[in-house]
Write a new protein. Structure first.
Length: 173
């Protein structure tokens, strides 16, 4: 089995984190992997916002929880949130951003960092509050939130992979 396939099979979503901050040099390596995701025609429609500021992280958590109709932390205590957004002017923006998310999670796992894709970035950044966050960071353009890649040190073992369903693949030979 290839090293890539082994890494893909090993990676799991982590939903409980220690409050220990991930070092910036590790975050940067994870982000670099995201920037090398395939994108339509190589146009690189996504952007990544690395949130390590606790105040902003907690604000995003509250926004996300409200959209989800809960007051629980949707980021499961993870201290780092990588927000992936993509330029809606590109017809492949949703797929481009999704591939970035996949690369981020695979590299995080390779570096011993837990991760999980958290939804509702679309709704967050369609809100006036979300648009104001982007403006405060100097981000202009028509971006759609694709997802949040939460990062941190897992507080416990990774879950086991579910068995793959039998009807996953069909061959047309």
């Amino acid at each position: 089995m290839s090293d890539v396939l082994e890494a893909i099979k090993k990676r799991r979503s982590i939903r409980k984190y220690k409050d220990t901050m991930v070092p910036k040099e590790i975050i940067d390596k994870i982000i670099e992997a995201g920037t090398y995701a395939a994108t339509g025609m190589g146009k690189q429609s996504p952007i990544i916002i690395a949130v390590t500021n606790k105040e902003l992280r907690d604000k995003l958590s509250a926004m996300n929880a409200k959209i989800n109709g809960t007051d629980a932390d949707p980021f499961y205590g993870a201290p780092v949130v990588l927000i992936v957004l993509a330029d809606k002017a590109r017809p492949t923006y949703l797929y481009d951003g999704s591939l970035v998310m996949g690369n981020l999670m695979l590299e995080a796992d390779a570096l011993g960092i837990g991760s999980c894709w958290i939804h509702r970035a679309k709704e967050e950044f369609e809100s006036e509050e979300g648009k104001e966050i982007l403006r405060s960071l100097g981000i202009e353009g028509d971006y759609e939130g694709i997802g949040h890649c939460i990062l941190g040190y897992a507080d416990g073992p990774a879950p086991k992979a579910a068995p793959r369903k039998e009807s996953y693949v069909y061959y047309a030979e």
